[in-house]
Write a protein that binds this ligand. Sequence first.
Ligand SMILES: [Fe+2]
Length: 288
Amino acid sequence: MDVLETLDLSSLESVDRETQQKSIRSLEEGKVIYLPKLGFALNPHENAFLTPKLLSPKSKNVSFDSRRGVHGADCENKDELKAMMERFASHANQVIKSLFPAYADHIKQGRTSFRPAEISGRPSSYRKDDTRLHVDAFPATPVRGNRILRVFTNVNPNGVPRIWKLGEPFETVVEKIIPWIHGPLPGLSYLLKTFKITKGVRSAYDHYMLHMHDMMKGDLEYQKSAGQTEFHFPPQSTWVVYTDQVSHAALSGQFLFEQTFYLPPKGLCHEESSPLKILERFLGKKLI
Ligand SMILES: [Fe+2]
């Protein structure tokens, strides 16, 4: 399967129904929706934010959500930074509305992130090393079957691409990794919640997804032997991915916006190809 579905759109106005239907099918089947001509233009004064010096000492990203405001930045003109983050959030929202109108009733907008630091050569533990192939799963924030949908735009001003690796189909990852993962220990999910290690109860689905994420990253033989292709996302291109389904690794690049959305399973158009349904079929049991 070709991992990319390329759409030749340079504007989000009047996306036709055929394109919308093709896009939603490809997205839910585990492809990356790639928009090489759809960028995000910064206002001239926002170019001042294109520096890793913007980040507070322990932050990798600037993050924003409407309830908590802007976090992770050390700068004086916070209002301008917030306005830029809000503008990207609303741009990403427009991307979803135009390409996937069927999601309108169920989708929830999550955090917006701006990543001004170079990602290659950054030291981290293997679990946090996003240069290794993985599917996204959050240790502290169980999603309980909700999908993790992300919109990315490379805004590098120096012509530098964002380089990703895209791995094997989700079914293949499951076949290789899941047989090595033990089921959740009875009662553990409630202990994790009681001691505030997780926000909410970690479902069996979250357990398998998190262990799959860790095992993929921790197995260097898997990292070498898994089917993978490298892709360069050029500046002023946008891509939309279910990162809980598409095996991916971010190898290098600097200056990226990302918007996270959450979609409950009932909002999907082709639920049978979701990670939850694939895992449930493979394991022969309900996970939520
Ligand atoms: Fe990721």
